[in-house]
Design a protein around this ligand. Structure first.
Ligand SMILES: [Zn+2]
Length: 293
């Protein structure tokens, strides 16, 4: 759907529930730490379908395909370089299957390349454009309803992704940044710089996802809400990550605590709410309940 079709879909919905984490939930189901979730799209599709289904049952209105690492650079790290199209296509098919014909949209998740752009790294703007264009095309061909360019930290990379999508389609597009340093992204980017740059684009909504603690994510949400009229997408982690001695990462905010805060997120301007790392289907159900209550 394009932007105006998404607007129509949104008409009778006040707050839209997105989904929870993909990686951390698949790890709970046995995905080895450090393994790419995309490997399970191919090797354990039942688990991926099971997780999507749990999100839909918990009340998601939009679920994201298991394609965060579905660009060819990340897929090559996962040994899936020859399967770019298959991974993206299969992940979307599984997500669509999980909607069971309900009024739930499937958004194609597009994560960062994981490489640094010039001059800090070797990735050229041209290469980034081409990588994003390829993944976006696979996701669109697989039938996603919208695209979410997420967990971004570098403005130039995000803009290359947006241009790449727009070079092939007018599909509704959301762009979300991860404020890993608190109220700045890993590259030092601030919310006002994001808003300023995205003003020139036709992204439907601006997002905050992953990042650091729930408190700092809320600060970013508050800032965004005071400087832009665009709808806001809020998908924080279930607290700050803590690593144990085996390398496992844990998130400590309980479902009921996340749920009881969710109403405040909406009051602060979030139109789309869900959770990133550590957010289980139980968290999501509590968020949905919290917004109602
Ligand atoms: Zn995350």
């Amino acid at each position: 759907m394009n932007t105006s079709e998404l607007n129509n879909w949104l008409q009778n919905k006040k707050t839209v529930i997105i989904d929870g984490a993909t990686g951390t939930n698949l790890q709970k189901m046995g995905l080895p730490i450090g393994a790419s979730p995309e490997t399970w799209v191919i090797n354990n599709p039942e688990a991926v379908l099971g997780l999507y289904t749990q999100f839909v049952d918990a009340g998601s209105n939009i679920i994201l395909s298991c394609t965060f690492g579905g660009n060819r650079i990340r897929l090559s790290h996962a040994g899936l370089e020859t399967k770019s199209q298959e991974v993206n296509q299969t992940a979307v098919t599984l997500a669509k299957q999980a909607t069971h014909g309900k009024d739930v949209l499937v958004a194609g998740s597009i994560g960062p390349t994981g490489e640094m752009m010039e001059p800090f790294g070797t990735l050229t703007e041209e290469a980034a454009f081409d990588i994003y264009k390829q993944q976006a095309q696979y996701l669109i061909d697989a039938g996603v309803d919208l695209l979410v360019v997420e967990t971004q930290y570098d403005l130039n990379e995000a803009l290359a992704a947006i241009r790449a999508v727009r070079s092939i389609s007018d599909i509704a597009l959301i762009c979300s940044f991860s404020y890993d340093r608190g109220t700045r992204t890993m590259m030092g980017l601030k919310p006002n710089q994001v808003v300023e740059a995205l003003k020139e684009t036709d992204v439907f909504a601006i997002g905050v996802n992953c990042g650091k603690s729930l408190e700092t994510n809320l600060q970013v949400l508050e800032t965004l809400s005071s400087i832009t009229d665009k709808p806001l997408w809020f998908k924080p982690n279930a607290g700050a990550p803590e690593t144990d001695e085996t390398g496992g990462v844990h998130y400590h905010i309980a479902p009921e605590d996340m749920g009881s805060q969710a109403k405040e997120w909406v009051t602060m301007g979030a139109r789309f709410v869900g959770g990133c790392c550590g957010t289980s289907p139980q968290h999501l159900a509590a968020i949905k309940q919290g917004i109602k209550g």
